[in-house]
Design a protein around this ligand. Structure first.
Ligand code: UD1
Length: 374
């Protein structure tokens, strides 16, 4: 079986790492790794390949940044010749970034079977570009690998046949479990002069939080207030760094500079910070899942989540961008009154193995494509 797997942006790398390990351990599989180049900085891309032991991509499309249409179009134009030349049986995409959508469309039209890892998640919020990416990708996916039963239900509601949906668990947690030991050797706490449980960790880069200066200002005010009770460590995403320069935030600059603003971190350093944090504030998707498994309280700076299992079973609480709600939840955590949570089913480190076993079975039975080619 010939497989192409695609990565493009930061959250893709930790999802593909265990899949590549599982795929390349099968002598009957020939594998090609394509990086679209959606993310390209050392800190947003290369350092993850190093930390996670992902082999150098066989092809880098170097599509780069741009508006949604431009970036997606670049990815599609550059990906098509690769698929035409390599002629795989199957393409694996992960998550919900523009690369996921662009490459799925290309593969689907060339009648290459599309396997979507992390299929079926829905925030029902179409203001999120990722929600559009999830909907479009799943509308042309052939094989759906899901992380939670709610995702299966979403797909079934959208008319997907049950025998195309495979609940395999969470590959991001495969990566977390594989790297916990290594992360414990990170020097990041020492370098930042932090003590275990003595700080809060923040990530924030969603356009809905950082592109509107008024919302960003409101959030920045709440963060400055939290920082008076407990130091806030904030690895700043390039999108956020640009937007923090807006004149509307000028009055907050002095307060914000008291937060520990640092460059984006590699996987192992970030995992070490997350494992030792008192709590995490985030608008990321994956971090809601990782904190659930680590048992670290997580306050999500969003009104909704496509990962509701982290709220119903995990440590996650949705706080949106309302400073009052944020500060009241922080107070609860600091008083020791936070959700304890438990680990969802199949978030056990074996998801990539389940994925590859399923793919080999489907190939053997000639069932990779949802609708066979005429
Ligand atoms: C993308 C994903 C988002 C994911 C996030 C993680 C989409 C629609 N969004 O958002 O789901 O959570 O990645 O980071 O695919 N930039 C750099 N260096 C880089 C890459 C980007 O400086 O290596 C800057 C550029 O100014 C760029 C901006 O960041 O314009 C945004 O990058 P982009 O890939 O468009 O979206 P993200 O906000 O990173």
């Amino acid at each position: 079986m010939k497989i192409v797997s695609v990565v493009g942006a930061r959250p893709n790398f930790m999802k593909i790492a265990p899949i590549i390990r599982a795929v390349t351990s099968q002598p009957s599989i020939e594998h090609l790794l394509v990086h679209t180049g959606q993310h390209y900085d050392e800190k947003m891309s290369k350092s993850f390949f190093k930390d996670l032991g992902i082999p150098k991509p066989d092809v880098n499309l170097e599509a780069g940044s741009g508006s949604h249409a431009r970036q997606t179009a670049e990815i599609m134009m550059r990906f098509e010749p690769v698929l035409l030349k390599y002629k795989p049986d199957l393409m694996i995409v992960v998550g919900d970034v523009n690369s996921t959508l662009g490459c799925s469309v290309v593969a689907s039209k060339l009648r290459v079977a599309v396997a979507h890892v992390e299929a079926g998640l829905r925030s029902l919020d179409r203001d999120m570009p990722e929600e559009i990416n999830r909907l479009v990708t799943d509308s042309i996916t052939d094989i759906f690998f899901t992380t939670s039963p709610d995702a299966d239900q979403n797909l079934i509601k959208e008319g997907i046949a049950k025998n195309r949906i495979f609940f395999v668990g969470n590959v991001m947690i495969d990566t977390l479990m594989h790297n916990l030991n290594k992360a414990s050797q990170s020097k990041i706490l020492h370098n930042l002069h932090l003590k275990p449980r003595g700080y809060a960790l923040l990530t924030m880069h969603r356009p809905s939080n950082v592109d509107d200066p008024q919302i960003l200002k409101r959030l920045a005010g709440a963060l400055a207030a939290i920082n008076q009770d407990i130091p806030v460590v904030f690895p700043v995403h390039p999108r956020t760094r640009n937007n923090l320069k807006h004149p509307a935030l000028k009055n907050l600059n002095a307060q914000l500079s008291r937060l520990k603003l640092i460059e984006p971190l590699g996987y192992l350093d970030f995992l070490s910070l997350m494992t030792n944090a008192r709590f995490v504030l985030t608008d990321s998707g994956g971090i809601q899942e990782e904190t659930t498994v680590l048992g670290i309280p997580c306050l999500t700076l969003r009104e909704n989540t496509e990962r509701p299992i982290t709220v119903t079973q995990g440590t996650n609480v949705l706080v949106g961008s309302d400073p009052k709600k944020i500060l009241s939840e922080v107070k609860k955590i600091l008083a020791g009154r936070h959700k304890k949570g438990r680990r969802p089913k199949y978030w056990d480190g074996k998801s990539a193995r389940r994925i590859v076993e399923t793919l080999m079975k489907l190939k053997k039975n000639n069932r990779l494509l949802l609708v066979p080619q005429r």
